[in-house]
Design a binder for this molecule. Structure first.
Ligand SMILES: Nc1ncnc2c1ncn2[C@@H]1O[C@H](COP(=O)(O)OP(=O)(O)OP(=O)(O)O)[C@@H](O)[C@H]1O
Ligand SMILES: [Mg+2]
Length: 227
């Protein structure tokens, strides 16, 4: 299976994919990562952290579906970290042709929300995902969830933006997203996670919860039994 991390611009996507790879590995799943961002940050993380749980293959190509996907071991959980959808819609289109599950990382703040629903330029991620149906064998867009990250403990904004995302904005005319219950907290230890091994419980726990939720939703197989 293939899980894709998408975002309109810098949102915490690489941090989430790397820490999800560690969490899947802790849960006993065989994992492989693909870095479809030309900045190759996930590749560098895997080279720097000696215990990174898997190989990260560079895969920043608009022919991802034709040249990368067929070579994957589909018995493993494959993760792909895509770059800015605003700047690289061609790569994102190709990832969406074959992804089983999409996780859109978003912080519950006005600028990040606006960037998702009303980008200054380019096509909204919601539309990019919707139109991918035409290119997919299933003729349906992939299952897609928003993962709220950088959530301030005791702040009302995760709840506020969860409601806006779920309801399609204040007037219900925007895309209606499904938002994961798992929230990634705003933490300095997570902010500095890229390039190192997560050792602190506060860094691991939210991503263990994410694996549990994705398993409960049926998107990740029961422990150690990847499809
Ligand atoms: N949970 C968090 N708490 C605090 N800071 C975070 C958290 N997650 C990510 N960050 C910070 O947010 C910034 C962006 O993170 P990251 O590089 O993972 O995002 P990205 O979407 O992959 O960005 P890029 O555009 O470079 O690909 C970094 O400075 C990172 O330290
Ligand atoms: Mg990144």
């Amino acid at each position: 299976m293939l899980i894709a991390s998408l975002k309109p611009r810098t949102m915490g996507g690489t941090t989430n994919m790397g820490l999800l790879a560690y969490a899947l590995h802790r849960a006993g799943h065989p994992v492989t990562c693909y870095d479809a961002d030309e900045s190759r940050q996930l590749v560098r993380w895997s080279l720097k952290a000696t215990d990174f749980p898997c190989k990260v293959h560079p895969a920043d190509t608009p022919s991802f579906a034709e040249s990368v996907y067929p070579g994957m071991d589909h018995t493993r959980i494959n993760l792909v970290d895509a770059g800015h959808a605003e700047n690289h819609p061609d790569i994102v289109d190709s990832v969406l042709e074959v992804a089983d599950l999409v996780i859109v990382t978003l912080s519950p703040t006005e600028p990040d929300y606006e960037r998702l629903v009303r980008p200054e330029r380019g096509t909204t991620i919601a539309k990019i995902i919707k139109r991918s149906a035409a290119m997919r064998d299933s003729e349906q867009p992939p299952a897609t969830y928003v993962l709220l990250n950088r959530c301030q403990a005791s702040s009302g904004s995760p709840q506020k933006y969860r409601r806006l995302l779920t309801n399609g904005g204040e007037d219900g005319t925007d895309h209606r997203w499904t938002v994961l219950s798992t929230r990634i907290p705003r933490l300095e230890k997570i902010a500095s996670a890229v390039g190192s091994s997560p050792s602190h419980r506060d860094v691991k726990a939210p991503y263990d919860a994410l694996v549990t939720e994705l398993t409960r939703l049926g998107h990740v197989p029961e422990q150690g039994a990847a499809r």
